[in-house]
Design a protein. Sequence first.
Length: 154
Amino acid sequence: MASTGTITVMLIVLTAWLIAVSIFLARMMGRYRRLTSGIKKRDLRELLEHASEKLNEQNASIENLQETLNLLKKDEEDHLQKIGFLRFNPFVDTGGDQSFCLAILDRHNNGIVISSLHSRDQTRLYAKKVLTGKSEGQELSKEEKEAVVRAQKS
């Protein structure tokens, strides 16, 4: 048989446990009463059904937004977004770096290179198509290649 001291310790432990459970239950009941104050049983069911419907609507809305975001991400790959610019002097008899090359590329390094050659008498503009970082149809000059490289790094 257990001694009186052991029984006393067990009673103290059980009493402490009972007090802790009672406090927990009282807090839970208080939260439940605050949540359901002024609501009848039928109203509570309707409230929960309404909350469930709203949750389903929001989940559908989030899925729709995710699909739209994925479409926008895919679409933005084709937008021009990389720029490379280079000023240079193509002629030794003129001063200043008035000529330039401008490369404008998308995420896949497709786009255009626009070159302006400036001399004393005139300025000429050239445009060349770029596919996957290389010229399409015409050879790129040294400066145009440098502008494409700068765009790819940006």
